[in-house]
Design a protein. Structure first.
Ligand code: C2E
Ligand code: MG
Ligand code: MG
Ligand code: MG
Length: 290
């Protein structure tokens, strides 16, 4: 696609972008230059201990600012990257960048990095993880990889081997968006996850009377407990949701109630020194990126 186009070109595109296929095509094409042109950055969202309000980890999420179209959501461009064979390169960049940034953080705040199924299926992943840790000096136990249930659609032996290789490095593994994908409980028995992240689709409406999501969250928490895994509730926005999660003994909270994702360059200033405690919706909460 044309770069730095004049007004005429922009009008051409903005009309054309009403067409979904055209939008997708343009994202796919422009994404190829986005990394080298410095259009992609990482933002980090706190994961907070439900009991103490201490920040225990920060999840790295990609932010793409397109020169003409403005911010494009990862919910839009990550699937395109996956379908167009670009996720390997983007994912490797995110892994290296997140480790490098997290190595500068005070205390023992972990960094969580999203890993796509295609990256997990690549036998080279353990080498990339080892390199990212070595180059940054980040301790392996401070790196958490977020995987989704889709990895279980891959070859089973290869999946077991990858788990073993990653655990041998000493990184932590979290099961992201739990309950939205290929939810078989059989795999959880053997998979070495340290944590289950309860998808935000279970949070929406959870405080309404009679909402059945409460039963599901209860079940997930007791399952995680029995398997010696921690839990994070994603997408907590309201105080009554937070209260309910605490009542249900969810271990960690992630959501706008504490903080939106913070641009990477602002994280150090937001953290201060020593332990970082944040209050739900507190005015001192760090600046958000959106
Ligand atoms: P995710 O891994 O489940 O990340 C959580 C998403 O929920 C993030 O959206 C986050 O900003 C959003 N979120 C957090 N708290 C709240 C809340 O209280 N309310 C609402 N409504 N949303 C909340 P984001 O940053 O747009 O990312 C969307 C998805 O894109 C991520 O979902 C993840 O699947 C994917 N993604 C982002 N960065 C990467 C990456 O570096 N690699 C890969 N493979 N995927 C990524
Ligand atoms: Mg995630
Ligand atoms: Mg998630
Ligand atoms: Mg999610």
């Amino acid at each position: 696609a044309a770069k730095g186009g004049g007004r005429g070109q922009f009008r051409f595109y903005s009309t054309d972008l009403h067409n979904e296929a055209e939008t997708r095509r343009r994202i796919e094409e422009d994404l190829r230059d986005a990394l080298v042109e410095n259009q992609i950055h990482l933002a980090y969202q706190p994961l907070v201990d439900a009991k103490t309000n201490a920040v225990v980890a920060m999840e790295a999420v990609m932010r793409w600012t397109h020169p003409e179209l403005g911010p494009i959501s990862p919910a839009l461009f990550i699937p395109v990257a996956e379908e167009s064979n670009q996720i390997g390169q983007l994912g490797e960049w995110a892994l290296r960048r997140a480790c490098a940034e997290a190595a500068q953080w005070p205390g023992n705040v972990k960094v969580s990095v999203n890993v796509s199924p295609a990256q997990f299926a690549n036998v080279n992943l353990p080498v990339l993880v080892t390199q990212a840790l070595a180059n940054s000096g980040l301790a392996p136990e401070l790196l958490e990889l977020e995987l989704t249930e889709s990895i279980f659609l891959n070859d089973r032996d290869a999946t077991d081997d990858m788990f073993a290789a990653l655990k041998a490095i000493g990184v932590r593994l979290a099961l992201d968006d739990f309950g939205t994908g290929y939810s078989s409980l059989g795999y959880l028995r053997k998979a070495p996850f340290d944590k289950i992240k309860i998808d935000q689709s279970f949070i929406r409406g959870v405080t309404e009377p009679g909402c059945r999501n409460v039963a599901i969250i209860k079940a997930i928490v007791s399952l995680a407990e029995a398997l010696d895994m921690d839990t994070t509730a994603e997408g907590i926005e309201a105080h009554d949701e937070l209260d309910l999660m605490r009542e249900l003994k969810v271990g960690q909270i992630q959501g706008y109630i504490y903080s939106k994702p913070i641009p990477g360059e602002d994280v150090l200033a937001a953290m201060g020194s020593g332990e970082w405690i944040i209050r739900p919706e507190g005015p001192s909460n760090a600046r958000s990126d959106r």
